[in-house]
Write a protein that binds this ligand. Structure first.
Ligand code: F0G
Length: 451
């Protein structure tokens, strides 16, 4: 990434360039590496289930992220995920049935897409001899880090979370997996700033997506999408935007595949913000900030952050996973948007919850932040940006059980409970609610309720 052209050795622990301050990319000398002539090469590996590195949905693609020898790569069985064709959700979004797919990353060991990146960052952490690894998190990165530490016993996890800003599902994972869990007074943006300082001071390995190895692992989500589509390229990839690691990784994945001649073209990218945490939307769509080959006018972002601070505006959405106002991967995401001719949209919490209910009733379910992708796709179809006959892949980033609070409140018939949990977020209605039916403990009444 550093547009100044600086390079650093793989063995160094660093996330940003000393000269230009930009985050780093993992760069490969592809000419000297063995790159398969076609993507179908990877299918042979898929059949070798007894080798953990072939079983892993990340390391199966090792040739496309070869920063460590394959035998040194850490795996806990991540990436066994599914591209689900959902006609029900397609109808909701306004896409022709059979053309809308949901990439369900909730099937990962810790229940979110983060395991893709953690397998890679953890591998690098081991390469450099780290004994402790840390992250700030809205809950999924921390669950993933904690799980990799507990399963492998290679490192101790140190986790920074905003006080009261994490769903119980995710908090329970960090605690259960034995991570040292610090609840910082403040939100994710505060925790992120602190964890960077602490890692520097104490020499702890940082696994947030400022870490370029995380993004290498997350590229494989796109490789699996292509694999499921028989190595054809869809028209659109739609994903939620929080810290913007995924969108950045997806851009790099397709750019590299294109450069290597392994795909004929790149899909378009749509990044979807929650309206209560819409920095990317504001900067890209309203203020016209662009990557511009690394010469983007980043002062636009600095001014926006100053305004935000002056107005004491904090991120605020029930999609807590993406409740982030200062996305650390902003520049890389701008680059991905440039490469993939991207668009950014914002969706309200009401739109997110409606979409989530549709994903639940028409598929594998997801947590609120994930449903932003479906709500965003719906909006883009309504605007005519996505055509109904285009092939669209929405990324479902996290498992349905990650954050049941909003789900239960959405489906409840207890208005007071609904108002308490959702009213403050301007969620007023639940048109797709599936209400529990209350019946007395009486056989005839129960039978009547079922008939
Ligand atoms: N969806 C879920 C379920 C997430 O947990 C996150 C990020 C995102 C989407 C946004 O992805 O950051 O790549 O744009 N969660 C981070 C965490 C911030 O700490 O778990 P992004």
């Amino acid at each position: 990434m550093p547009d100044c052209g600086a390079t650093y050795p793989l063995e160094e622990i660093r996330t940003a360039c000393d000269r230009c301050g930009n985050l780093l990319d993992v760069a490969y000398d592809w000419d000297r590496l063995r790159v398969p002539a076609s993507l179908s090469f990877f299918e042979q590996k898929w059949a070798i289930r007894s080798d953990p590195h072939c079983f892993s949905g990340v390391w199966r693609f090792h040739e496309l992220l070869p920063f460590a020898p394959v035998e040194k790569c850490v795996t806990v069985g991540e990436g066994q995920t599914l591209l689900h064709d959902s006609p029900a959700v397609a109808r909701y979004v306004g896409i022709r049935p059979g053309r809308l797919f949901l990439q369900y990353e909730g099937m990962n060991p810790s229940g979110s897409f983060k395991d893709n990146g953690m397998a890679a960052a953890f591998t690098h952490a081991r390469m450099v001899g780290a004994r402790r690894a840390a992250c700030a998190s809205t809950g999924n990165t921390s669950a993933s880090l904690a799980l990799y530490c507990s399963v492998t016993q290679l490192m101790k996890a140190v986790i920074f979370i905003g006080s009261g800003k994490i769903s119980h599902g995710k908090l329970s994972q960090a605690l259960d997996y034995g991570a040292l869990t610090l609840q910082i007074e403040g939100d994710f943006d505060d925790a992120m700033a602190r964890v960077k300082e602490v890692c520097k001071r104490l020499g702890i390995y940082l696994v947030n997506s400022v870490n370029p190895f995380r993004l290498e692992g997350q590229k494989t989500i796109m490789f699996r999408v292509l694999e499921a589509l028989r190595w054809t390229v869809p028209n659109w990839i739609v994903c939620p935007g929080g810290n913007l690691g995924n969108s950045s990784a997806f851009g790099k994945a397709f750019y590299e595949l294109h450069q290597l001649g392994l795909i004929p073209r790149m899909p378009r990218l749509a990044v979807i913000n929650a309206a209560g945490a819409n920095t990317l939307f504001e900067l890209y769509e309203r203020r016209g900030l662009r990557w511009n080959e690394g010469r983007g006018e980043m002062g636009i972002a600095d001014r926006y952050y100053q305004e935000m601070d002056a107005a004491r505006r904090r991120a605020d959405t029930l999609a807590s996973a993406i409740e982030i106002n200062r996305p650390v991967n902003l520049t890389k995401c701008l680059r991905a948007l440039d490469w993939m001719h991207g668009v950014v949209r914002e969706v309200s919490d009401q739109e997110i919850l409606n979409a989530k209910a549709q994903v639940g009733s028409g598929g594998l379910g997801c947590e609120p932040a994930s449903a932003a992708s479906v709500a965003g796709a719906k909006k883009l179809v309504a605007e005519g940006v996505i055509r109904p006959d285009e092939q669209v892949v929405c990324i479902l980033t996290g498992h349905q059980l990650k954050d049941p609070t909003a789900t239960v409140a959405y489906h409840t018939d207890d208005r007071a409970h609904f108002e308490k949990v959702l009213g403050s977020r301007n969620v007023r209605e639940a048109p797709y609610a599936n209400r529990a039916v209350h019946v007395p403990n009486d056989l005839a009444a129960i039978v009547e309720a079922i008939k």
